[in-house]
Ligand binder design. Structure first.
Ligand code: HAM
Length: 427
């Protein structure tokens, strides 16, 4: 047993895994660019109040999952559990309402939640998220959903499904919450203990309960879409019509209206949505988001609508790995220099420096091993070529360049950077 291990709920991403991450991150940046979402980076910690007020005091995130600490100056700070509150804080702080609206932004990075670790659930998680702030029209809701769907498709992840709902706004939600409490009051003895506790503080979350005993009760509960005010209802109808319009491009955009979808953060208004993978089980939601028209005002800005989503990259990577159709790009150096003897060792090191400076990937095989061991090493590094230098090659000033990945002939190449670079590039 090693004395130190990565903390529970965290893991290392070793070099072999990196091609999957590069692929997912590069595709995220490209997708964001196609939709005009510029990159924003915010600090990894923020004042604790920002999350208490933004995400909501009664949420699991704020109550149980935040990594909060007091710094040496006595300020309470929290490792960001999610990205939206920080992006909205930045929007206010930098006066981004003066720019053309909506301001479209994306972010990629680590987030921290003290959750019970299990498959697909980590304490340091990584998200790709987008926010479009300053435009309340339903077209932006659907643009954001389209972006998420398009990203997932670009990664060759098929069979996903979209669930969508509208949870109204501060105008119509109170009446809905009353109806919900009224309904659950009649079932209070049948629901689980957690739900009994949430009954007063977070009645919407009762709908989200995953316990078997609460399923039938949740299914038969009043639906938020039946309580929408006129403005929310018109918005909802437009979202659905616009979503149907995406089917020409994405025939498999298979969405369902789920009246039990409420999301676990308090800032949502109107549209909320989630994307699940095929064969969804347990902690597998790939993406979640929604509109948050009250959030910016809640954290001290002018009334400003916003909408966005975040997608769990850890979960996306395991989906990518479990699917066919994505092979990580061939990695490995262009050449490993195999060298026998002191003189060859010196030449190997000097040539490696010159070739690397020329832009090629070069490894020098470990010193003091037999030719056969060095060739084995070259193959295990997945190199394109081995360049063999021994006494004979030093004397003739020509090294033996042997292709390793393709069946080509070994050739003699002058031992200088220019000739070797040319041969390695196949010019
Ligand atoms: P969220 O639903 O809390 O929303 O997280 C979004 C996604 O992050 C989840 O669907 C999941 O894929 C991933 N995720 C969350 N927690 C974990 C975890 N412990 N381990 C692994 N993956 C996890 C938000 O964070 C909102 N800020 C989304 C948003 C943006 N809404 C509007 N704009």
């Amino acid at each position: 047993m090693p004395s130190f291990r990565a903390p529970r709920g965290t893991y290392d991403i070793l070099p072999d895994e990196q091609p999957y991450w590069s692929f997912a991150l590069k595709t995220a940046a490209e997708t964001a660019k196609r939709f005009g979402y510029g990159r924003i980076d915010t600090p990894m910690f923020e004042p604790t109040d920002l999350f208490e007020r933004g995400v909501g005091d009664a949420t699991d995130i704020v109550q149980k999952e935040m990594y909060t600490f007091e710094d040496h100056g006595g300020d309470s700070l929290t490792l960001r559990p999610e990205g939206t509150a920080g992006v909205c804080r930045a929007y206010i702080e930098h006066g981004l309402h003066n720019q053309p609206q909506p301001v479209r932004m994306h972010y990629i990075g680590p987030y921290f939640r003290y959750e019970r670790p299990q498959a697909g659930r980590f304490r340091q998680l990584r998200q790709f998220g987008v926010e479009a702030i300053g435009d309340g029209s339903p077209n932006v809701d659907v643009e954001v959903i389209e972006l998420g769907w398009s990203y997932i498709r670009s990664l060759n992840i098929n069979g996903t499904s979209l669930r969508i709902n509208s949870i109204g706004d501060s105008e119509c939600r109170p009446a809905y919450l009353d109806a919900l409490r009224e309904y659950y009051r009649g079932h209070i003895d049948e629901v689980c203990d957690d739900d009994r506790q949430r009954f007063e503080s977070a009645p919407l979350r009762l709908l989200d309960c995953k316990r078997t005993q609460c399923q039938g009760i949740g299914d038969a509960a009043p639906k938020s879409t039946d309580f929408l005010c006129d403005a929310c209802d018109a918005h909802w109808a437009s979202v659905i019509a616009l979503l149907d319009g995406l089917k020409d491009t994405y025939p498999d955009l298979d969405y369902s209206i789920d009246h039990r979808l409420v999301r676990g953060l308090d800032y949502y208004t109107r549209t909320v949505f989630e994307i699940e993978p095929e064969n969804a089980a347990g902690q597998s939601t790939l993406l979640g988001g929604g509109r948050y028209d009250g959030l910016i005002e809640e954290i001290g800005g002018p009334p400003t609508p916003g909408i966005g989503f975040a997608l769990g990259l850890d979960r996306i990577i395991s989906e990518v790995k479990s699917r066919e159709g994505f092979v990580p790009p061939e990695s490995g150096p262009d050449v490993v220099i195999v060298h026998l003897g002191d003189e060859a060792g010196l030449r190997a090191s000097a040539l490696a420096a010159g070739l690397r400076d020329d832009g090629l990937g070069v490894l020098v095989a470990p010193v003091g091993r037999s030719m056969r061991a060095q060739m084995r090493y070259s193959n295990s590094m997945n190199a394109r070529y081995a360049l063999i230098i021994g006494d004979r090659e030093i004397e003739s000033a020509e090294g033996a360049l042997r292709p390793l990945r393709d069946n080509g002939e070994q050739e003699a190449v002058a031992l200088n950077v220019q000739a070797l670079a040319k041969a390695l590039r196949g010019d």
